[in-house]
Design a protein around this ligand. Structure first.
Ligand SMILES: NC(=O)c1ccc[n+]([C@@H]2O[C@H](COP(=O)([O-])OP(=O)(O)OC[C@H]3O[C@@H](n4cnc5c(N)ncnc54)[C@H](O)[C@@H]3O)[C@@H](O)[C@H]2O)c1
Length: 309
């Protein structure tokens, strides 16, 4: 089965393409940059309808990843966001309709929630997919609209879509990667797992799922997480502050100001069978044993030339 990945030269493609191959799929990579990759590659621009139609011609399923995202907000215009994120998504669904492709796996973002997760000082937000999408920036808006578009093609043309509201998985250093798993981060391998589950799924017509690491606290512990995250962390993971200090970092800085948000992955667990294998507990064990190789993605080489930003 051929799986076309648009925007395949980035963080998603470099972990998903080998995972697809390992699981018996044939990855076909599309990117507007020339990529030096061992997989079948089609150079093309997702904001060109002709390019997307050409790339999708032989595909059985499309993973639509090509997008400008959060880091691009600073130096890309709204026009550019609209052209790639909206027109690109439209082209993908039109190509699916034209070529009889029955399923699209859509990259969305945790950024669709926006104002839904800003809560008063002493409170916290439990982020489930039931919250309204109230994006606070143009990127989140394009992804919210892309989900709407997907819903339309599912209802009107029977094209199944699973929309992944992905947590953060841009490369980070080991400690920042680990602490990010507490506040909406996700390991690249778990992102790949979620997509593999979506490929196998034949019941979902259209739905959206949070895809993050599992938070190592219960909902009942949230007030404590809000009040004193460091103490709660230390009670669950003894010596964590020390391990961080020994590496020359500060645990309070790493924890940051995100103690008011609890990212729920219960829907993805129930609906997709998603079971993240790289959570804070695994990071803690790797930190204890000094095994930074637990997170191999920070230094993974890019395919081809780095993207111009
Ligand atoms: N990485 C994250 O932390 C994260 C978090 C939430 C959502 N997402 C979403 O996941 C998807 C994949 O993210 P990523 O981190 O792999 O992105 P990335 O920026 O690492 O890669 C995007 C790729 O798209 C390519 N591209 C750019 N413009 C293109 C165009 N016009 N036509 C074809 N290809 C083009 C780039 O060359 C690049 O290789 C995106 O849709 C993003 O919005 C990512």
């Amino acid at each position: 089965m051929k799986v076309l990945i648009t925007g395949a030269g980035g963080n998603l493609g470099r972990v998903l393409a080998p995972a697809l191959q390992d699981n018996g799929y044939t990855p076909v990579l599309m990117d507007f940059r020339p990529l030096d990759t061992p997989y079948e590659f089609i150079q093309g621009d997702a904001s060109s309808k002709a390019d997307v139609f050409r790339a999708a011609e032989d595909a059985d399923i499309i993973v639509h990843g090509a997008a400008l995202h959060g880091v691009h907000l600073q130096n890309h215009s709204r026009d550019e966001f609209w052209k790639l994120n909206m027109e690109g998504t439209y082209h993908v669904y039109e190509a699916a309709r034209e070529h009889g492709i029955r399923k699209v796996l859509l990259c969305s973002t945790m950024g669709v929630y926006g104002a839904s997760i800003s809560v008063p000082d002493s409170s916290f937000a439990v982020v489930t997919e039931d919250l309204p999408c109230l994006p606070g920036d143009f990127y989140g808006l394009t992804k919210t609209l892309a989900e709407e578009l997907a819903g339309f093609y599912s209802r009107s043309h029977g094209i199944r879509t699973i929309s992944y509201r992905l947590g953060m998985f841009v490369p980070e250093n080991f400690l920042r990667y680990g602490f990010r798993l507490l506040k909406g981060g996700v390991d690249d391998r778990d992102v790949a797992q979620a997509f593999l589950l979506g490929l196998k799924n034949d019941t979902i017509m259209f739905d959206a799922f949070n895809v993050m690491a599992a938070v190592p606290f219960s909902l009942e512990q949230l007030p404590q997480w809000r009040e004193d995250p460091r103490a709660l962390l230390e009670s669950r993971f003894p010596g964590i502050a020390d391990l961080v200090t020994r590496r020359g970092e500060n645990i309070d800085e790493l924890l940051g100001a995100w103690g008011h948000v609890y990212w729920s992955i219960e829907k993805a667990r129930a609906g997709l069978g998603y079971q993240p294998g790289y959570n804070f507990a695994e990071f803690y064990r790797a930190l204890q044993s000094g095994n930074d190789a637990h997170y191999p993605f920070a230094d993974l080489p890019w395919w081809g030339v780095p993207e111009q930003t």
